[in-house]
Design a protein around this ligand. Sequence first.
Ligand SMILES: [Mg+2]
Length: 247
Amino acid sequence: MSYRSQVRGCLIGGAIGDALGNPVEFPSSHRIRERFGLYGVTDLLGEPALITDGRDRRPSCGAVMRSAPFGFDPRWTIERVFDVAVACAVQTHGHPSGYLAAGAFAAITYALVVDGRDLPEAVEVALDLVGRRPAHGEVTAALTAALALDRAVTPERVETLGGGWVAEEALAIGVYAALAHPDDVRRALRAAVNHSGDSDSTAAIAGHLLGAWHGEEALPADWVARVERRDAILAMGDALVREFSGG
Ligand SMILES: [Mg+2]
């Protein structure tokens, strides 16, 4: 799997996660089951399936959601990736758990894309970086809970990690969903949206992680084909690859 595939996969994976969760961002898991049946949302809705969360809304978990691309540049160290993501998150999110979760997400992405680690290893690396900062307790607790949680997914189990409206909870739910179905992006993203919390944000994070880990080939081709602005997103990925690889 190539660096280019992982960068493109990370970006478009986040897009399909956002689009899958968009129709159920606000309803409870009970209401989701009432509307969509026992398994909740299982497929993208709309042609194209719209991306909305990072564009039309201003999530309180917004800093973490936008931080994956800090982890793409192989010329940087992981410490620098973490520090720069934190410094940029601070511009809009002053709470330590907001900006430290952003740094953690960028570091996880770097560990996957540049260092070639698997997701459990990448999360451990991020936990080490977070743990060196003051006021890291909430982010450390959230990621530790995601690693430890029973991977037989139910909405209620996901909700033990919180609602995802704040950064460390969104990151924890995204990590958990990706770990629960590491080789099945459809199931992972369904797990990341069918709960009472901030479904499009948590699934965007899960999609970023799985695309960064496994590359764009692991993503459901029919979902990639249907997501809004697919061509622009993939072109952005190619431009970043050219920029960061010097060619
Ligand atoms: Mg959201």
